[in-house]
Design a binder for this molecule. Structure first.
Ligand code: SF4
Length: 498
């Protein structure tokens, strides 16, 4: 285990990816990020995080879109004793240099999902154990990310990750299909024709990471250039060369095996992706008689009293584990039928909601002007005003994903949303809807005053609810089948209608 001294953890204003051992400087104080592999938190880990946020931070934490936990508004650096305690409860890497690498992702319903092909939690734990003992991997870009998707209803295969291992069933056997970040920044990883036996996945991941490490070292040489992403390697070498190099390091013939297995198997499992927010509310687990509850966190924020309260609920009625999701929500799992109503009551007493149609259920916002100097607008405050307005003025019948971003970097959500509000100058936003030419969707309005956004979004949602072709039509399909001019006309008509 590496030893450390507090001086090693001096904050860096140049750190673009904060870690626990290298907090970054935000406008509202220091920002530290804890990796939570698989998003799984024990009760004692919840308590350690809440204690830390109370002692050194602003008394709250935020859940990120990688199922990390951030402690914000730290006025002093976390000291050596606090870090040692975090290591003792499994919240910090034994090898400190590795801690900045991105979190390992899996479905928040891993192990309890009725549709899953295999439980990915042991794979997350195994890869994390291995990764955190390899100081030589610290040379990698801190954005290096690995994901395991077990074929759950709550799928994470489309989340932007460098490497995704996605479970598929072929001829009654389960494999991981390799998906890689072959596209642009923020794009979902693309599937390859490589199949990996689950029991061989650790060796394959090690080989993939070592080849990437060697490329990184060659690329950097003695220079201080930016560390290359895995997709840089893939664009530079091409997929074939990367795979050939990996295979040369393995004691088994991965590529040949993939080709043989794929013969005559065009019908590889392509489950349609579920709506990302369907995990909210009450759901039956694969274990008979047990349920999980998806809890909405307004803008991913949890006061420390709420964090402790959720930990108490899961310890009392469930598995003693909080499951943090990449949608900035939390799941409480393994709840017997008889305890569901009391759990829902206790969640509400904490000021939280287990309703998928709560106005906050699918609104996300980056840190905005209070936390980030790049932000044009106060995204957090504007998002809270919008959520309060929607709560008062419209009844949602499904989650609508609304994304506030203070600049084009899109930290809060890389994937497409239903409505994107992009800050351009103080108190002004561009409004995008659905899918389109840019990552944000199609431009609906070029320049909209923030104070008028709540009315506009309410009108957009009313037009959708009134004009959708049938109840099942999603917001995205509705806007995508209309031209922008048609949508603007529908909104103009709605404004004229009392
Ligand atoms: S999206 Fe832009 S403004 Fe928002 S946190 Fe990221 S860099 Fe800052």
């Amino acid at each position: 285990m590496s030893s450390f001294a507090p001086s090693e953890f001096a904050p860096s204003k140049f750190a673009t990816c904060p870690g626990l051992f290298q907090p970054s400087v935000a406008r509202d104080g220091l920002l530290s990020r804890l990796r939570i592999p698989g998003g799984l938190l024990t009760v004692s880990q919840c308590e350690a995080i809440a204690d830390l946020a109370d002692q050194a931070g602003g008394g709250y934490v935020t859940v990120t879109n990688r199922a990390n936990v951030q402690i914000r508004e730290l006025q002093v650096s976390i000291d050596g004793d606090q870090l040692a305690h975090l290591q003792a409860v499994g919240l910090a890497s034994p090898v400190t240099e590795i801690d900045a690498l991105r979190n390992i992702m899996c479905s928040p319903t891993a192990g309890i999902d009725r549709q899953q092909l295999l439980d990915t939690r042991p794979f997350v734990a195994e890869w994390n154990r291995y990764l955190t003992t390899r100081p030589d991997f610290a040379v990698l870009s801190p954005k290096f990310s690995v994901c395991f998707d077990g074929g759950e209803t709550v799928s994470v295969r489309d989340r932007p990750n460098d490497i995704s291992l996605v479970a598929v069933a072929i001829d009654d056997e389960i494999y991981f299909r390799l998906h890689l970040s072959l596209g642009d920044r923020g794009a979902s990883p693309r599937e390859t024709d490589i199949l990996i036996r689950p029991e061989e996945s650790l060796q394959v991941l090690i080989a993939m990471t070592e080849v990437y490490r060697d490329y990184t070292m060659q690329t950097l040489g003695n220079s201080s250039r930016q560390k290359p992403r895995l997709r840089t390697l893939l664009h530079d070498w091409g997929l074939e060369t990367y795979l050939r190099t990996i295979i040369s390091r393995l004691p088994f013939l991965l590529e040949q095996k993939a080709r043989i297995l794929l013969q005559g198997n065009e019908e590889i499992d392509h489950n349609s992706f579920s709506n990302s927010y369907h995990h909210l509310g009450i759901h039956a687990q694969r274990q008979p008689g047990l349920f999980y509850v998806g809890v909405v966190l307004p803008l991913g924020r949890l006061e420390t009293t709420q964090l402790r309260g959720l930990a108490t609920i899961t310890a009392r009625y469930g598995s003693g584990i909080l499951r943090i999701t990449p949608w900035q929500t939390v799941l409480l799992s393994d709840l017997p039928t008889s305890e569901i109503s009391v759990v829902m009551q206790e969640v509400e007493q904490l000021g939280l909601s287990g309703s998928s149609t709560h106005s906050h259920s699918a609104i996300v916002a980056c840190s905005g002007t209070t936390g980030c100097k790049s932000s044009a607008t106060n995204t957090q405050a504007d998002a809270l005003v919008l959520a309060a307005h929607l709560e008062q003025h419209i009844v949602l019948d499904r989650p609508i994903n609304i994304h506030f971003s203070g600049c084009e970097k899109s930290c809060a959500q890389h994937s497409a949303s239903d409505i994107t509000l992009l800050g351009i100058t103080t108190e002004r936003y561009r409004v995008y809807v659905g899918d389109g030419d840019s990552n944000f969707g199609r431009l609906l309005y070029q320049n909209y005053r923030s104070t008028q956004l709540p009315d506009l979004v309410e009108q957009i949602l009313r037009v959708y609810q009134t004009c959708r072709s049938h109840w099942h039509e999603t917001f995205r399909s509705f806007v995508d089948r209309h031209t922008i001019v048609e949508l603007q006309q529908l909104l103009d008509q709605a404004r004229l209608t009392p």
